[in-house]
Design a protein around this ligand. Structure first.
Ligand code: ADP
Length: 930
């Protein structure tokens, strides 16, 4: 049996052995010996150990001892040395053989070569190590999970990102953003249960506590039978992409807001909100710059509302004002990495920021397309630092969007303003502004246009065909014109319309082609109602023709003179009067060359007067090149042209004939007057002789008295001196009489000036003095106070006074039944005139003869000439006054004249010399007392 067992054991393919209960080897089979090259003897006892690798022996021995002590089967792995010295791995298993009492009586063991398995295991281990190495070195995050979904491995990146160790993997769900956990759970469950790949985007918390977005893809790994062995998950960091997407979305949204015309504050507010959403650790403000006064204006701010950190509203854009001011002033980004150590601005500035817990501040100018600073975009952070590339990108992009929004708002405002202004102009313009389509349809028209067309409001006309309003005879011309304009040519046309009220209106239109939004050309026309102008033109033409014939008939020509430019425009007739070739440009020198040299001073005076812008009226003569003399009466009215320049519109009348006849008349009148005076004075010869004789007699008497006094013993010197004085007085009296008479007899040219009527009358009275006295007449003189001088010729006026006084004297010739009384009164008359009246108590006249008295050669006197009153009246009338006679109530008559006062004279009261010579009104004196 032993041998049989031995043979059986030997035949076994494994290396079989037996051992005593204490562990000593009892037997090894042949294969064992063959393999190790040891004999049974060599292996017995403790000898078998030599068949094992020295490194494995201690562990093997220890395991074997443990097995023996336990009495239970045991196994151990160790390398056995083959006979040729090569070690191979074996699994050594030992099982106890027990007797019925349960005691181990023997150990039986078998060593099975496991070299292949070991190799495979090693290879797997190496493979696994490599796999992990590969996983760890993958730039992406990889997580492995059991088929049930329990995470059992995460690669290095995953752990590093989370700041976790492999053992923390159990709590991997806490790394997920709370908002994403449910979705992850649901998705994971769905994938595990269905075996379909996992796909999702999830935020995972990093070691810095911040979440980033990851794209997570999970795939099942299956064995040959298709069973899921594990799940592997790839997590790709898509945070930058997500942010870029968010940035892009924000930009898109903001640009949409701009495009649909959202107000600028709403756009900027949204911008700030979006920035803070995308870059959650940032705070943002936008400040605007007012282009008017270059100051900061409130823009937008999200979370800093409690304390505004941007520049003060209205503060100037200046580098000293802080980061925003510096950025706006220099148009460069201003980065304050750490507010605490910032030295560019003063302490209060830093304190303000630090108090808000802000450490970094990055201000970026918002620049327009023309590089103008529109505002600033500023980001604040509670941590010091510079912007990350993403943040730079964010700032860059959104600053650009802000610039678009601001520029859009500005241009929108400008457009609205200009459009509003333009509409207002179009609406308020008195001219018709209209848009006409090529086919004549009225597309738009303003209120003025509607009013012209006789429509109640503009809308009533829109859509109607404008051609229908055009007067039929002008229609084809207008259609042609409209089509020409709609083809791109500007144009001008005069035409008539018959408006809705049936009125014909003359129109003048300036039109330009305009392309509509649809690209179709139309006519933009500005049309003016020229009916009034047309009528005025017609009127003007008529009146010009009339004027020309009037000028021709009246021998007058009109002119327009602008003193400032010296420009003179003359009518045809005036050219003729001046003897200038029609059409020649008339100058002042040309006129001066034709003015009579003796009247040049008048022209000069007229020019000087024109400086004051006063109306002009002058008489002067022309001495024409042919030696002929013309008299001109020039009258011109001063006006201002629309530009406010002085302009004289006047007429010059050729009054040569009139002047000549006037001159003839005047010389005739002078002759007549002289004759009348001589005649009157002739009648006075006796009294004049007496008047002269009297002082002469006095002189003679005085001379002889004086002689006597001087020849007395002793000579009476004082008496003689007295007589000499009297002689002188009488001589002067005689000489005065002669002077006055000479003046009246003189034939002098008429001169006009201020005449003190009282004094002039008094002189006449002096001449008549003896006549009056001889005829026993009482003359009283009554003069008003403050009497201004009259205008006229002194001698002529004296002649009138003389005539009236003489007539009065003569009228009282036959009066013996009543006192012969005369009153000479001089006083003011209405309308700045002076009145002189001679009242007598003579024969008077019957009222029926009152009209005849002034006729020439009417006389009731035997030796009368009947020209005194006629001459007197013409004198007074030539003085611009009148002479009239009224019968007195009781007896006699009153002859009065009234002439204008001297224009430039002051009242007589202002001339002390004058008053002294005139008797006061209340101081009536008889001529005897004079
Ligand atoms: P003459 O004295 O030569 O007649 P006048 O022309 O001076 O010529 O007078 C015309 C006439 O008017 C006088 O003849 C006289 O009849 C009348 N007349 C003039 N003065 C007076 C007077 N004071 N009272 C009455 N009749 C007068």
């Amino acid at each position: 049996m032993e041998n049989e067992l031995s043979r059986t054991v030997d035949a076994l393919p494994g290396l079989v052995w037996t051992a005593f209960p204490d562990g000593r080897t009892e037997f090894v089979n042949r294969r064992w010996c063959e393999y190790t090259g040891l004999s049974v003897e060599q292996a017995s006892g403790e000898g078998w150990l030599a068949a094992f690798h020295p490194d494995d022996r201690p562990a093997l021995l220890e395991s074997w001892r443990g097995t023996i002590a336990s009495g239970e089967p045991g196994e151990a792995e160790a390398r056995m040395r083959r006979f040729d010295g090569v070690y191979r791995w074996f699994l050594c298993r030992a099982s106890p053989i027990s007797n019925t009492a349960g005691e181990v009586v023997k150990w039986c063991g078998i060593n099975t070569e496991i070299e292949d398995r070991k190799r495979a295991e090693d290879a797997l281990r190496v493979h696994e190590q490599r796999f992990r190495l590969v996983l760890d070195s993958l730039p992406t995050r990889v997580v492995l999970a059991t088929p049930e979904g329990d995470i059992f491995h995460a690669n290095r990146h995953t752990l590093e990102y989370a700041g976790a160790a492999p053992e923390d993997l159990k709590s991997w769900k806490t790394w997920i953003h709370p908002d994403d956990r449910r979705v992850v759970d649901d998705r994971l469950h769905a994938s595990i249960s269905t075996g379909k790949p996992y796909d999702g985007e999830t935020r995972y918390r990093g070691a810095d506590g911040l979440y980033r977005w990851f794209h997570v893809q999970g795939f099942p790994l299956r064995d040959n039978e298709g069973r899921t062995v594990l799940w592997y998950f790839l997590q790709t960091d898509i945070d930058d992409r997500k942010r870029a997407e968010a940035l892009l979305a924000a930009e898109k949204r903001l640009l949409e807001m701009v495009a649909i015309g959202q107000p600028l504050p709403a756009v900027l507010d949204d911008l700030c909100r979006q920035v803070e959403d995308i870059a959650s650790d940032c705070r943002c403000i936008v400040s605007l710059i007012d282009p008017e006064d270059v100051t900061f204006k409130w823009g937008a701010q999200q979370h800093l509302a409690s304390s505004h950190l941007g520049p003060e509203d209205g503060s100037p854009v200046a580098a000293e004002g802080g980061p925003c001011g510096l950025a706006a002033a220099t148009k460069l980004q201003c980065i304050v990495s750490d507010v605490a150590s910032e030295a560019r601005w003063t302490q209060p500035w830093r304190d303000r920021f630090l108090a808000q817990g802000l450490r970094a501040c990055w201000a970026t100018p918002i620049l327009s397309s023309t590089h103008e600073a529109l505002g600033t975009f500023t980001i604040f952070r509670s941590e010091p630092g510079d912007p990350t590339p993403f943040q730079r990108d964010l700032i860059g992009q959104l600053t650009h969007v802000a610039s678009i929004a601001i520029e859009h708002a500005r241009s929108d405002l400008a457009l609205k303003r200009s459009e509003k202004g333009f509409r207002a102009i179009v609406e308020t313009t008195p001219e018709c502004v209209k848009l006409v389509a090529r086919d004549g349809t009225l597309l738009r028209v303003n209120s003025a246009g509607a009013a012209m067309a006789g429509a109640p409001y503009a809308e009533a006309l829109v859509g109607k065909n404008f051609y229908n309003v055009v007067a039929p005879e002008h229609r084809s011309r207008y259609v042609e014109f409209n089509q020409k304009v709609c083809s791109g040519t500007k144009g001008f046309l005069e035409f008539d319309i018959i408006n809705l009220r049936g009125e014909r209106i003359h129109m003048e239109t300036h039109a330009a082609p305009m392309r509509g939004n649809d690209g179709v050309m139309m006519q933009l026309g500005v049309t003016r109602n020229i009916t009034a102008r047309k009528q005025a033109e017609q009127q003007l033409r008529r009146s010009a023709a009339l004027m020309a014939s009037v000028e021709q008939l009246s021998l007058s020509g009109s002119f327009c003179w602008r003193p400032e430019s010296g420009e003179i425009t003359c009518s045809e007739q005036l050219y003729r009067i001046f003897g200038i070739e029609p059409g020649v440009r008339v100058t002042r020198d040309m006129i001066a060359a034709r003015v009579h040299p003796r009247d040049l001073h008048l022209l000069q005076a007229m020019i000087e007067r024109a400086q004051d812008g006063k109306d002009l009226e002058y008489d002067h003569r022309l001495l024409l090149p042919d030696g002929s003399v013309k008299y001109l009466l020039v009258q011109a009215h001063a006006t201002r042209d629309p530009q406010g320049r002085l302009e004289y519109i006047g007429a010059a009348q050729d009054v040569t004939e009139r002047r000549q006849s006037e001159e003839a008349l005047s010389s005739l009148r002078a002759e007549l007057a002289h004759a009348s005076r001589v005649n009157s004075l002739g009648a006075l010869t006796a009294s004049i002789a007496h008047e002269i004789n009297q002082p002469l007699a006095g002189i003679m008497t005085n001379a002889s008295t004086g002689l006597r006094m001087l020849s007395a013993e002793p000579p009476n010197i004082d008496g003689a001196l007295d007589t000499v004085r009297r002689t002188l007085r009488d001589g002067r009296r005689a000489s005065d009489v002669m002077t006055r008479l000479r003046a009246l007899f003189r034939k002098e040219a008429v001169t006009t000036g201020a005449v003190d009527l009282v004094e002039a009358a008094r002189e006449v009275v002096e001449i008549l003095r003896s006549e009056i006295r001889t005829r026993r007449i009482v003359l009283r003189l009554k003069t008003a106070d403050d009497l201004p001088p009259a205008t006229g010729d002194r001698v002529q006026l004296q002649q009138v006074v003389l005539n009236l006084l003489l007539n009065a004297v003569e009228a009282m010739d036959g009066v013996d039944d009543r006192p012969r009384q005369m009153l000479l009164s001089i006083g003011r008359d209405a309308g700045d005139s002076v009145r002189l009246a001679v009242t007598d108590s003579g024969v008077g006249f019957v009222p029926e003869h009152a009209g005849k008295l002034f006729d020439a050669f009417y006389t009731t006197k035997g030796e009368g000439m009947g020209i005194g009153l006629s001459v007197s009246r013409s004198i007074i009338e030539s003085h611009g006054g009148r002479l009239w006679a009224t019968p007195n109530e009781s007896s006699g008559a009153t002859f009065s004249f009234s002439i204008p006062c001297h224009a430039h004279s002051t009242a007589a009261a202002d001339r002390p010399g004058a008053t002294a010579q005139v008797a006061r009104a209340d101081d009536e004196q008889s001529v005897r007392n004079l």
